[in-house]
Design a protein around this ligand. Structure first.
Ligand code: BG6
Length: 486
């Protein structure tokens, strides 16, 4: 992550929203506090016109403190001086005129950050254009999910691209900004020992899990009808799969990296027709316990339709039809109200072909490389060693691949890196249009099938690891999810 050295105007649409207060404003505050932002950089917070500027600033301070910002008065004052509030009702043209007048004073890069529902993107672009707010110095950051399926995704992209060139569009997926994902690239492409093993000859399978303990929270308006497939799998999980499976790019140049990711998505074997019920599990949480508290079922959450069929869990088996990965399943899963908050990529190597040790008769003896994205980020390699003592006994041991000096350093939040990259106009970690469309193309038949079949998602107790069918998905292949394989 490079410092932002150029002056800038960051225009934050959706500045009252969940994303702004949970992630974007804390990330901007950290960048500011660490001295990484050009002093001549402003944040324009756009909210509905019915709010008032001083009310909004008070709210920002409370949010920052709530999400753990360590700040003294000077830090708050200097950060708050960067923030300028503008009331705009996104679908009306009045407020945009005010914004245009204010921005006219600055001949600087303008980054429009759209932290609002993607159906509003076309209308916002039209208004920005009508008020001469789009110039060569403008770029636009689009939050996911963009659209609801391939058709709406294409329509929104098409409309946005009538106003902004592809070079000016930054489609964000914050999982790509996570420190361990960067480390995955470093470990894969800076060490020849891994690259030689990184294929179907040595790898048995790969598991990628994003488990959350939170439920739908205050976001029912967005989440109900969206669900885990569109909210998490179509983007975050498929991006992690791409980073794990892609070929070494020729350079770290944005197009070189993105070309390799697209090739992975294009090689994903379609899951269609009768394969869907065999390869994909869809769940919805029932009541249960998470974090030692009783919690209601999804359909009783505030704002959720009491008859909702929205998926709060999805697990599937993906296969990549190319030389490197033929025959290696990638098991992906994500869910809300699961047993733990955890995000991991587990690369399970094949067992030794013949063991001369006793242990293998009872347990598997296979190396495993685990990239832990959260919590407690890190990379561990499971190896086997001799237990100290007179007998020849072999035991597993975990080798942490994190340097002692690196431990304990503050790990920048994903949004810190990505906001700095977007302001610096570095698109490497953002999605290109073809990437997004290929991802939609792959998940679309699954979503359509769910809609047409009218089948409800399987129930699972809050605080569990999801529906029983998810366990069966691996059991059928003679495998176990990571939490059951210790
Ligand atoms: C967002 C999803 O993209 O990612 C949320 O919309 C989810 O539903 C969040 O909770 C998880 O992000 P993180 O970084 O907290 O794992």
């Amino acid at each position: 992550m490079l410092d932002v050295t150029e002056p800038f105007n960051l225009i934050l649409f959706g500045a009252m929203g969940d994303l702004a207060h949970r992630k974007l404003l804390p990330a901007l505050f950290n960048l500011h506090k660490d001295g990484r932002l050009n002093p001549d950089g402003r944040i324009w917070a756009i909210t509905r016109s019915t709010r008032k500027e001083d009310e909004y600033m008070g709210q920002v301070k409370r949010w920052l403190l709530h999400y753990g910002a360590q700040m003294n008065d000077d830090e708050w004052i200097s950060f708050s001086e960067r923030i300028h509030w503008v009331g705009i009702d996104l679908d009306k043209s009045v407020g945009y005129g005010k914004l245009a007048k204010k921005l006219a004073q600055y001949d600087q890069n303008c980054i429009y950050y759209c932290a609002v529902h993607s159906k509003l993107y076309p209308m916002m672009c039209e208004q920005l254009f009508a008020h001469n707010l789009i110039t060569e110095k403008s770029s636009i950051v689009l939050e996911k999910p963009i659209g609801n399926d391939l058709e709406t995704g294409m329509a929104i992209n098409h409309r946005v691209s009538e106003f902004f060139s592809e070079k000016q569009i930054y489609r964000i997926d914050h999982y790509l900004g996570k420190e361990t994902v960067q480390n995955l690239l470093a470990l894969r492409f800076a060490n020849s020992i891994f690259e030689h093993q990184w294929n179907q000859r040595y790898i048995d399978h790969i598991q990628i899990t994003i488990a959350e303990t939170v439920g739908v929270e205050q976001r029912a308006g967005f989440y109900d009808g969206t669900g885990a497939m569109r909210d998490m799998l179509q983007n975050h999980l498929l991006q992690l799969l791409c980073m794990t499976a892609m070929e070494p790019p020729a350079t770290m140049a944005p197009e070189a990296v993105r070309d390799e990711k697209v090739k992975v998505l294009q090689a994903l074997k379609p899951i269609e027709g009768s394969d869907i019920s065999e390869y994909v599990v869809r769940g919805q949480y029932e009541s249960g316990m998470t974090d030692n508290k009783g919690v209601p079922r999804y359909r009783d959450e505030p704002g959720v339709d009491s008859d909702s069929s929205t998926d709060t869990f999805v697990a599937l088996k993906a296969e990549i039809d190319n030389w490197r990965w033929a025959g290696v399943p990638f098991y992906l899963r994500t869910g809300k109200r699961l047993a733990e908050r955890a995000c991991e990529i587990v690369v399970q190597f094949k067992e030794v072909p013949h063991s001369i040790f006793e242990m293998q008769r009872k347990k598997t003896m296979a190396n495993k490389l685990t990239f832990r994205l959260q919590p407690d980020e890190g990379v561990r390699l499971q190896m086997f060693e001799k237990r100290v003592g007179p007998q020849m006994q072999v035991q597993p041991m975990a080798l942490s691949l994190q340097d002692g000096e690196e431990k304990g350093k503050r790990v920048p939040e994903a949004y810190e890196r990505l906001l700095a990259d977007a302001i610096n106009l570095n698109p490497t970690l953002f999605l290109r249009e073809d990437e997004l469309m290929t991802a939609w193309q792959w998940v679309d038949p699954i979503i359509q099938n769910w809609v047409q079949s009218g089948q409800r998602p399987d129930g699972y107790s809050a605080g569990s690891w999801g529906p029983a069918a998810a366990t069966l998905l691996l059991a059928r292949d003679g495998r176990l999810w990571e939490e059951n394989s210790q």
